[in-house]
Design a binder for this molecule. Structure first.
Ligand SMILES: Cc1cc2nc3c(=O)[nH]c(=O)nc-3n(C[C@H](O)[C@H](O)[C@H](O)COP(=O)(O)O)c2cc1C
Length: 384
């Protein structure tokens, strides 16, 4: 290692909280919450990561209070957690208390699947899936879903109505208020990967001609309305993290900003609405974002938004998420690359996904310079 790892273990103040390190657990859906209720096994899983020095945990995506927020998990069961209802909130309170007892901080990731919810599944199978313009995605998108599944999702449906949009925004606000009531330290909003908020940002899926669609600024209106409603629900001093991405599950090659200027147009309204920190979701944290510069998406995000930014993608591993699905990934210590960028001030936080599934003590091992464990596809199905 050329660089010292210690800067990643320096505190960061975000609004009214102080993270003790810059290592963040990236949100990862686990499907271990039967009926949407996280149990002690979920609390233990997050506590183990907090104990080993993770500065902030962003939970798996949790369904907001709206009937079409969630479909079923991969195995067809309703085991994705929700952020509403007495039982689920009591479960989350235990998760939060255990993480706090281990000295950690934790945000829930507020999630509405939108067009990516499989119709007829989830806790409210009869609810229609929410699509801004009735469009699922491009016919020729590069994705890893079975072709027959994509064919089934492609036919257009009814666009979201004005009252459905208002209901969803209110659902985000109610779930954010519930999260605060059980002690979460801030709110993370999932605005990435082709789910509901992202389909308003993406021109391909947002062809609306009313106030929710149009040019790039107008396409940010739904995301900004969600952020604003969350801000009103949780008050001024509590941090809001917003995740966005260029890539979508419907098309890995999609882009919502082709230049830094376009990115600025997209992010500024979100800053004005109340975002405190951006999570720029990329598959490879060191990948240059735009032609003509080696700066990453997190780097550009920080520069054009003026807000702290988080980098993510492949930290500690030889392969990105998509290419590790079948064969896993070998451990590599690529922290020097991350530290070089961190020292230049490109980003403020480093999110770690699969490495933390493979090893709850990953952050401790990184600090001590100990070897990392490989990531294997079996880790997708384990909660330890
Ligand atoms: C099992 C699994 C589940 C995931 N679920 C979510 C999710 O619920 N929300 C989200 O924003 N990203 C999700 N992701 C993406 C991760 O947060 C992260 O961005 C991605 O894995 C890249 O980081 P890594 O290379 O360190 O794993 C998931 C990733 C994995 C491996």
């Amino acid at each position: 290692m050329t660089y010292s790892i210690e800067p990643l273990f320096q505190p960061l103040q975000l609004q009214n909280i102080t993270l003790r390190s810059r290592i963040v657990m990236s949100p990862m859906t686990r499907c271990f919450s039967p009926g949407g209720v996280p149990g002690q096994n979920v609390a233990d899983y997050y506590r183990r990561r907090a104990e080993a020095g993770v500065g902030l945990i962003v939970t798996e995506g949790a369904g907001i209070e709206h009937p079409s927020a969630l479909g079923s998990g991969a195995a067809g069961e309703d085991n994705i957690p929700v952020l509403h209802g007495e039982a689920a909130l009591a479960g989350w309170k235990k998760v939060v208390d255990d993480v706090h007892a281990a000295g950690g901080l934790i945000f829930p990731q507020l999630w509405h699947m939108g067009v990516l919810r499989t119709p007829g599944t989830g806790p409210f199978p009869d609810a229609p899936s929410s699509r801004p313009s009735g469009i699922w995605g491009p016919r020729d998108g590069v994705h890893s879903m079975p072709p027959a599944y994509a064919e089934r999702m492609l036919p257009p449906t009814e666009p979201m109505t004005e009252s459905e949009i208002a209901d969803v925004i209110a659902g985000y606000a109610r779930s954010a208020a519930s999260a605060r009531a059980v002690g979460f330290d801030g709110i993370a909003i999932h605005g990435a990967h082709g789910y509901l908020i992202d389909t308003f940002l993406w021109e391909t899926t947002n062809q609306r001609t009313d106030r929710w669609g149009g040019d790039r600024v107008r396409r940010t209106r739904f995301a900004a309305a969600v952020v604003k409603a969350v801000r009103e629900a949780i008050g001024g001093a509590v941090p809001i993290m917003f995740r966005y991405s260029q890539w979508k599950l419907q098309d890995y090659n999609a882009r919502i900003a082709s230049t830094p200027q376009e990115l600025e147009t997209l992010l500024r309204p979100l800053v004005d609405a109340g975002v405190d920190v951006f999570d720029a979701s990329t598959r490879v944290f060191s990948a240059p974002a735009f032609e003509g510069s080696d700066m990453t998406l997190a780097g550009w995000t920080k520069r054009v938004s003026g807000k702290p930014a988080m980098a993510v993608g492949g930290v500690g591993l030889s392969r990105d998420l998509m290419s590790s699905m079948a064969e896993g990934a070998m451990p590599v210590n690529n922290l020097d690359q991350a530290l070089a960028r961190f020292e230049r001030g490109e980003f403020d936080l480093l999110a770690v996904g699969r490495s933390l599934l493979a090893d709850p003590e990953w952050a401790l091992k990184a600090r001590r310079g100990e070897p990392f464990k490989p990531f294997s596809p079996e880790h997708f199905g384990q909660l330890d």
